[in-house]
Design a protein. Structure first.
Length: 110
């Protein structure tokens, strides 16, 4: 059973890629995991910031901040902090995939 919705488009694209090229799909999944991890980390750090209440914060500001953290996390994961590379190395060994070249494993966006 497939779940319908626009939010699952990337998941279906990744699923199709996995059927054609499992190694490439694993690399993308590892990068997405790193981006998600960084996004959660950034949001958690943001919650520790004390707000004075001088400037009221509306829904618009929270949405903008969430979008900013999402994009920042994607950009940081594209440069590679190493989480995606380590995950890929470990999971590709367990899946029995041929190791990727160092440049492909490093992680930048194409």
């Amino acid at each position: 059973m497939k779940v319908r919705g626009e939010g699952f488009a990337d998941l279906y694209r990744l699923e199709k890629l996995a059927q054609k090229d499992p190694g490439r799909a694993l690399q993308e999944a590892c990068r997405e995991f790193e981006a998600l991890f960084l996004q959660i980390l950034l949001r958690g750090m943001e919650r520790t910031v004390l707000r004075s209440g001088l400037f009221p914060e509306g829904l618009e500001m929270r949405i903008y901040r969430d979008l900013y953290y999402e994009q920042l996390a994607r950009d940081l994961s594209g440069r590679g902090l190493g989480i995606a590379r380590l995950l890929y190395r470990d999971l590709s060994q367990k899946m029995g995939l041929k190791p990727a070249s160092h440049s492909a494993e490093k992680g930048g966006r194409r």
